[in-house]
Design a binder for this molecule. Structure first.
Ligand code: SAM
Length: 233
C-alpha cells in the first residue's frame, strides 16, 4: 500500500512523507473492519486509492495549513483523518452520529502519531446549534453523507463567514447543485467553481462542490432532521 500511496500523493503534488502513516491507517481499518462495519472496500490497493488518495486530493482545492477543519459524518475518518495525516498543521474536529466509529478513531489517532484531535459523537443538526461549534470552523468537509441540499443545512452553520464548505461528490454533482442554489443562498453560502480531480492510478473523476460562507446562517437553521429530510430548503 505504501508504494501506491507514495506514487499517488506525488501525482497529486502532495508531500509523500505521510504515506507510511496512511498505509498503517489502512491496515488498522481493514483489521477493525473484520469486527466492525467501517468500509465496504476490503482490497488494500482499493483502500489506498478510493479512501486515502480520494480524501487527500481535496487538499488541492483550498489552503488547509493551520486551519480549523471539521469533518461532518466522518465515518471511519474520511476525509478528515487523511487530511490531518497529510497536513499535520490542521486543527481537526471529527463528528459522527455513530459512537463506535468515533471511539475507534480516538483510539487509533495516537498510534498514527496524531497527538491532538477532537472527535465528537453527535448529530450535525444538533451540534450546529451550539455556540461552541456554530460558525467556528474555517473549512467544513463532508463525503458520502447526504444529498447536497440536506448536507448544506447540516454543514453550513458550522462555517465561519469567509470560510468554506467542501462537499465531496461523484460525477452526479451537477444535478444536486442545480437543486441546491436557493438552499445555499438561504443558509448564507455562495457557490464557487467546482474542484475536479482524477484519483491517481484510476480513471475515476470526482468533484468537490465548493461553497463559500458569505453571510451568517439564520438562527432557525439547522432544523430538526425529520424536517430537513421531509422539506429540504
Ligand atoms: N465520510 C465517510 C466516508 O466517506 O467514508 C463516511 C460515510 S458514511 C456513508 C456516512 C456517515 O455519516 C455515517 O458514519 C453516519 O453515522 C454519519 N452521519 C449521517 N448523518 C449524520 C448526522 N446528521 N450527523 C452526524 N453524522 C451523520
Amino acid at each position: 500500500m505504501t508504494d501506491m500511496l507514495i506514487r499517488g500523493l506525488d501525482a497529486l503534488s502532495l508531500p509523500t512523507d505521510a504515506a507510511p502513516a496512511l498505509a498503517r491507517y489502512g491496515s488498522l481499518l481493514l483489521e477493525k473492519n473484520k469486527t466492525m462495519n467501517l468500509t465496504a472496500i476490503t482490497d488494500p490497493e482499493q483502500v489506498a486509492q478510493l479512501h486515502m488518495l480520494d480524501s487527500a486530493a481535496i487538499l488541492g482545492c483550498a489552503h488547509f495549513q493551520g486551519k480549523r477543519v471539521l469533518d461532518v459524518g466522518t465515518g471511519a475518518g474520511f476525509p478528515g483523518m487523511v487530511l490531518k495525516l497529510t497536513e499535520p498543521s490542521i486543527d481537526l474536529t471529527l463528528l459522527d452520529s455513530l459512537n463506535k466509529r468515533i471511539d475507534w478513531l480516538s483510539q487509533i489517532a495516537p498510534t498514527l502519531g496524531i497527538s491532538h484531535l477532537t472527535a465528537l459523537h453527535g448529530r450535525a443538526e444538533e451540534f450546529g446549534l451550539m455556540p461552541q461549534y456554530r460558525e467556528q470552523f474555517d473549512i467544513v468537509t463532508s463525503r458520502a453523507v447526504a444529498d447536497l441540499r440536506i448536507l448544506c443545512e447540516l454543514c453550513l452553520p458550522f462555517v465561519k463567514v469567509g470560510g468554506l464548505f467542501l462537499a465531496m461528490k461523484g460525477q452526479k454533482a451537477q444535478e444536486e447543485k442545480d437543486a441546491a442554489g436557493r438552499c445555499i443562498s438561504i443558509l448564507g453560502g455562495q457557490l464557487k467553481k467546482d474542484y475536479v480531480y482524477q484519483i491517481p492510478g484510476t480513471d475515476i473523476v470526482h468533484r468537490v462542490v465548493v461553497v463559500e460562507k458569505v453571510r451568517e446562517t439564520p438562527g432557525q437553521y439547522p432544523r430538526r432532521f425529520a424536517k430537513i429530510k421531509k422539506a429540504p430548503l
